[in-house]
Write a protein that binds this ligand. Structure first.
Ligand code: HEC
Length: 199
């Protein structure tokens, strides 16, 4: 065998081996696409549940009730936002000094120099929650600090910068979990401008 023929034979063998390896790598995936994607969707929702629990979303988006040891999130209203039947009176005026803002007993309404903000209903209800939101809208909101990436600025104390720092997979998991919740109808009031709120 000349050097040249040997090289041609070797490349042909390498090519054949690569094709076999490629086929092996590809075939299991193409045989079972369904079960693979179902498992990862379930795993994503489970991870999202964990992240929502540990990233404090319940702290503001689940109304607090008085428990035996003080206020605690009322999990029967998990992630439904400021209760529509709890109409807040105008916030009391604060004296000059270092106290700058205040919160409702439910920890779902806040008054400060930005006016009054109410926590959003994060369940996938079409009319009153995140039912029409896509993941792209969700992540754009967090990354720009604007409603769905282009609307009005999202008001304090919503920690948009903290969620914006989540890795893409984690942000996707949070959104997937929120979308997996039972939709609950609860219309949260629109925020109140500082002038209107007497701020
Ligand atoms: C410290 C309180 C607080 C925490 C913690 C918090 N939020 Fe919020 N969130 C708010 C408030 C207040 C608003 C309403 C802001 C507004 O109307 O501009 C809000 C609004 C939102 C909105 C709607 C934004 C829009 O443009 O309509 C989404 C989505 C959201 N929060 C998701 C989350 C998620 C997910 C978590 C947990 C990772 C979380 N929030 C944690 C207070 C909080």
């Amino acid at each position: 065998m000349t050097g040249r023929t040997r090289n041609v034979v070797l490349s042909a063998l390498t090519l054949a081996a690569t094709s076999v390896a490629l086929l092996r790598a590809v075939s299991p995936v193409s045989v079972e696409p369904q079960s693979g994607s179902t498992t990862s969707a379930a795993a994503r929702v489970e991870r999202g549940a964990y992240l929502v629990k540990t990233m404090a979303c319940h702290d503001c988006h689940t109304p607090w009730k008085m428990g035996p040891r003080g206020p605690e999130p009322d999990m029967s209203r998990a992630l439904t936002g400021h209760p529509s039947d709890m109409v807040m009176p105008p916030p009391p005026a604060l004296p000059a000094g270092p106290w700058a803002w205040m919160g409702a007993a439910t920890n779902t309404a806040f008054a400060g120099p930005w006016g009054v903000s109410f926590t959003a209903n994060l369940t996938p209800d079409i009319e009153t929650g995140l039912g029409t939101w896509t993941y792209d809208m969700f992540i754009a909101t967090m990354r720009t600090g604007r409603h769905q990436g282009k609307g009005r600025p999202v008001l304090p104390p919503m920690p948009v910068q903290i969620i914006a720092a989540a890795k893409d997979d984690d942000a996707r998991a949070i959104f997937a979990y929120l979308q997996s919740l039972k939709p609950v109808r609860n219309r949260v009031p629109a925020p109140i401008e500082p002038a209107e709120a007497g701020k």
